[in-house]
Design a protein around this ligand. Structure first.
Ligand code: ADP
Ligand code: MG
Length: 699
C-alpha cells in the first residue's frame, strides 16, 4: 500500500479535477450546469463525457461499466457490461456512448417494488446521477466503471432509495432559500443538506463465522449465552488497536480514499470486537453513496484479513448493538452552515429560525422519523433496554435550551457562555469550554453545529432517514416562508413564529438521560409517541398527513409511499422468517443432537459409576436436569414451527408482518432461552456453535 495519501485520494474517481483535465472546456462547463440543475445534458455532450470516462477507466484496468444503483433492498445493485463492441473483421473496439452513460435499462421485476411493478411488466430504468462522482471499483481482478444512478419504473415511479433522496434535497433547497430570501439574504442561490454518518460494526474471526449458520444466513447470532466477561470493564472503548484490526483499518482507509471517501476517524467502540469509522461530512447524496461503499469495503477488506465484518444492528444479544449516527446540517452555496450558532446565537435570526424549524419538524413528524429507522434488527436496540430509546426527543444542551426558553417568553436577549476550563496543572493549557456538555443517550442531539440522529441502524441505507429528515424540515420551512413572505414586518413576524414554536414544541426537548424508566413515564405524560416495534412503526406511515407531506414536496406520490411501506413490511416478514427457519435448523440438527449425545454419555457415566458401587448422585441430578431441558427444547421447537406455519399462511402484508411479530418472535425468544441454558451445561467439546467468548475475544 502506498503511503502517499494525497496521491492515493480520489485516484479511482472521475472527480472534478479529472474532468477538468480530460474534458474540453465547453463540455466541462455544460456538465457543471447540469450538475447545478440549470440545464439537462444533451446527447452530443454526453457522448464526449462518456468517451473520456471510458479512456480513463480503461487506463485504470476497467473492462466493464455498470449503472450502480440502490434498490429498496437497502443494498447496491450493479449489472456489468463490457466495453467491447465487435467489428466486422473479427476484432473488437472498446466503446461507451453517451446513451449508455446516462441511461440503463435493467429488468426491474426481480427487485422489491411493493406492487409498483408486476413481474410481467419488467422494464425499469436507471439514470445517471451526475451529482455523485463516477468511480472505478476493483473486485479482485475485475475492474468496473461504476455510474451512480437513480432507478425507476417504466412509468417513472421511484424504485430506489436515491430518487426520493434527490427529490427531498430539491425540496429542502427550495424552501430554505425562500426562508433566507424572506429574511433578507439576497446572495444565496442554493442550500444543500450535509451529512457525516458514523458507522459502527463488529469484526470476528472468519473461522468462527463459518461454524455459525445463524451468522451466515441471518447476520446475527440466534443462540449464544452471555460470556463470563462482557463490556463491564469498559476497557474496549477507545482502547489501543489490536494489530490485526489496525492493519485491517489501514487497508479499509486506503481503499476508501481511492474512491474519494473521506474516511477520517477510527476507534474501538463500546462492545468487545466493535469498532467505528466516520468520514468527513459531505452533501447528503454523496454521503449516502459513500456510506454504501464504506459498508461494502468493510466487508470486502475484512475477508482479506481473515475477519468477517458484521453490520447487523444486534449481532450479539446482551452486548451493545451497532448504529449509525447521522450528523446532519444544511449549508448554503456560499459556504455558511445554517445550523452554526455563532458566538451569540440569541441574535442570530437565521440560525434560530433553522433550529426551531428542525425542532418543530421532529416533533410534528416524530412517528415518521421513527419509522424511517424501523427494521427487524433495530427492534433489538430501540426501546429494548438499550440506547437510544424508541421515543424521539431532541437534546439542545444548556445554552440552546436557555435560548429556546427565552424565545417562548417572547424573545431571546442573551446567550450563556462556555468559559474556560482549568485543569490545575501549571504545564497543561487552559481549555476553552463548549457551551454545552454532550449527551450520548439522546436520539436526536444538537452537537455544536449540526444535529446527530442516532436511531439509524448500522446496516441501513442512510437514504431513508435522510430523505425523511430533509422533507419534514422542508415542510416546516415552507410554512415559515409562507408567513414571512406576506409579513409586513418580517422581524416581528419571525419573532412570533419562533415564540409559537418554542411554546408548542417544548415537549420534544429533553436534556436528561434517555435510558431511564423515568423518561419513558415522563415522555408518556408529554404525549410523545413510544413505538417499540417495526411493524407498529411502519403501520404509521400510510396516513393522510404523510401522503400529503410527501406529495406536496414532490418527494413521493401516495402510490410510491404505499409501495415503500409494503416493501419494508415484507422485508420484515422475510427476515423474521429466515431467522426462525435458521433457528429451527440449528436447534434440530445441531443443538438437539449435541444434547442427546451428552445425555447418553451422562447416562453411561451413571451406569458405570453405579456398577462400580459408588452412588452417582451428581451425575443423576445433572442428567435429570438435562433431560428436562431437552424436553423443553423440543416443546419450544414445536411451538416455533407452529408459529412459522401460522405466520407464513397469514394473508395481507400488514397482517402477515403482524403475525411474525406476535407469533414467531416470542417463540424464537423462548427457544433461545432454553438453548442458551443448555449451552451452560453441555460439554464444551460437544457444543456445536462457537461461543460468545470466542467470537468476541479471540482475534
Ligand atoms: P462524535 O464525537 O459525535 O463521535 P465524530 O467525529 O465521530 O463525532 O463524527 C462527527 C461526524 O459529524 C463526522 O462525520 C463529521 O464530518 C460530521 N459533521 C461535522 N460537521 C457537520 C455538518 N455541518 N454537517 C453534517 N455533518 C457534519
Ligand atoms: Mg462517534
Amino acid at each position: 500500500m502506498s503511503t502517499d495519501v494525497t496521491g492515493v485520494f480520489g485516484r479511482n474517481t472521475f472527480n472534478e479535477a479529472t474532468m477538468r483535465e480530460r474534458l474540453p472546456k465547453n463540455v466541462f462547463r455544460s456538465l457543471k450546469k447540469t450538475f447545478n440543475g440549470e440545464q439537462p445534458l444533451d446527447r452530443a455532450t454526453a457522448d464526449v463525457i462518456a468517451n473520456a470516462m471510458k479512456d480513463w477507466a480503461i487506463e485504470k484496468g476497467a473492462t466493464h461499466y455498470c449503472h450502480w444503483f440502490q434498490p429498496m433492498t437497502g443494498l447496491t445493485a450493479e449489472k456489468h457490461d463490457a466495453f467491447i463492441s465487435p467489428t466486422p473483421d473479427g476484432r473488437t473496439i472498446m466503446e461507451f456512448s453517451g446513451k449508455e452513460l446516462t441511461q440503463g435499462e435493467p429488468d426491474a421485476s426481480s427487485f422489491p417494488s411493493g406492487g409498483l411493478r408486476a413481474t410481467f411488466e419488467a422494464r425499469g430504468y436507471t439514470a445517471w446521477d451526475c451529482t455523485s462522482p463516477v468511480f472505478v471499483k476493483e473486485d479482485g481482478k475485475n475492474v468496473t466503471l461504476c455510474i451512480p444512478s437513480a432507478f425507476c419504473s417504466y412509468t417513472g415511479e421511484a424504485l430506489d432509495k436515491k430518487t426520493p433522496l434527490l427529490r427531498s434535497m430539491d425540496a429542502l433547497n427550495k424552501q430554505a432559500v425562500r426562508v433566507l430570501r424572506a429574511l433578507g439574504n439576497v446572495t444565496v442561490t442554493r442550500v444543500t443538506a450535509t451529512m457525516g454518518p458514523e458507522q459502527e460494526y463488529f469484526l470476528i474471526d472468519q473461522s468462527f463465522y463459518a461454524k455459525r449458520l445463524d451468522l451466515v444466513l441471518a447476520g446475527r447470532t440466534l443462540f449464544g449465552t452471555k460470556p463470563p466477561r462482557g463490556q463491564e470493564l469498559e476497557d474496549h472503548y477507545f482502547g489501543s488497536l489490536h494489530e490485526r484490526v489496525a492493519s485491517f483499518m489501514s487497508e479499509v482507509n486506503h481503499e476508501l480514499w481511492k474512491l474519494s471517501v473521506t474516511a477520517k476517524t477510527q476507534h474501538n467502540e463500546v462492545a468487545p470486537a466493535q469498532y467505528e469509522l466516520a468520514p468527513v461530512f459531505s452533501t447528503v447524496n454523496v454521503a449516502t453513496d459513500h456510506n454504501q461503499l464504506t459498508m461494502d469495503t468493510l466487508q470486502k477488506v475484512a475477508r482479506r484479513h481473515g475477519f468477517v465484518c458484521l453490520l447487523h444492528e444486534k449481532p450479539f444479544a446482551g452486548v451493545n448493538g451497532s448504529g449509525k449516527h447521522n450528523n446532519w446540517s444544511m449549508v448554503t452555496d456560499d459556504g455558511v452552515n445554517l445550523l452554526d450558532p455563532g458566538d451569540t446565537p440569541h441574535d442570530n435570526m437565521v440560525f434560530l429560525v433553522m433550529l426551531c424549524a428542525v425542532i418543530r419538524a421532529v416533533d410534528k413528524y416524530a412517528t415518521l422519523l421513527r419509522a424511517s429507522v424501523a427494521n427487524a434488527g433495530n427492534d433489538h436496540r430501540l426501546g429494548a433496554n438499550e440506547a437510544p430509546p424508541a421515543i424521539v426527543s431532541v437534546f439542545l444542551g444548556d445554552q440552546l435550551t436557555d435560548i429556546f426558553e427565552q424565545l417562548a417568553k417572547g424573545g431571546a436577549k442573551s446567550s450563556k457562555r462556555g468559559g474556560e476550563l482549568k485543569l490545575g496543572v501549571s504545564t497543561l493549557p487552559p481549555l476553552p469550554k463548549d457551551c454545552t456538555d454532550r449527551n450520548r443517550t439522546s436520539p436526536f442531539a444538537f452537537t455544536g453545529n449540526k444535529f446527530e440522529f442516532r436511531m439509524v441502524g448500522s446496516s441501513q441505507s442512510v437514504a431513508g432517514p435522510s430523505f425523511v429528515l430533509n422533507t419534514i424540515v422542508a415542510d416546516v420551512l415552507c410554512d415559515i416562508a409562507d408567513e414571512l413572505e406576506k409579513a409586513k414586518d418580517v422581524k416581528t413576524t419571525a419573532q412570533r413564529i419562533l415564540q409559537d414554536i418554542a411554546v408548542k414544541h417544548a415537549r420534544i426537548v429533553y436534556n436528561g438521560d434517555n435510558y431511564t424508566e423515568e423518561w419513558v413515564a415522563e415522555a408518556e405524560k408529554r404525549g410523545l409517541p413510544n413505538i417499540r416495534s417495526t411493524v407498529e412503526s411502519l403501520e404509521t406511515i400510510p396516513s393522510k398527513e404523510n401522503f400529503a407531506l410527501f406529495s406536496k414536496h414532490g418527494v413521493l406520490t401516495k402510490h410510491e409511499l404505499k409501495a415503500r411501506t409494503e416493501v419494508l413490511l415484507e422485508v420484515y416478514s422475510r427476515q423474521i422468517n429466515i431467522e426462525a427457519l435458521t433457528m429451527l435448523s440449528i436447534a434440530k440438527r445441531q443443538i438437539l443432537p449435541a444434547c442427546c449425545e451428552y445425555s447418553a454419555r451422562l447416562g453411561q457415566a451413571v451406569s458405570a459409576v453405579s456398577a462400580a458401587g459408588v452412588p452417582a448422585e451428581a451425575q443423576t441430578k445433572l442428567l435429570k436436569r438435562l433431560c428436562e431441558l431437552i424436553a423443553t427444547l423440543e416443546t419450544c421447537i414445536e411451538a416455533l414451527e407452529k408459529g412459522v406455519e401460522k405466520a407464513s399462511g397469514t394473508k395481507g402484508t400488514e397482517k402477515h408482518a403482524e403475525s411474525y411479530r406476535a407469533d414467531v418472535v416470542p417463540a424464537m425468544a423462548a427457544l433461545r432461552q432454553v438453548a442458551d441454558e443448555l449451552e451452560t451445561m453441555v460439554d464444551a467439546k460437544l457444543w456445536p456453535l462457537p461461543s460468545y467468548a470466542e467470537m468476541l475475544f479471540i482475534r
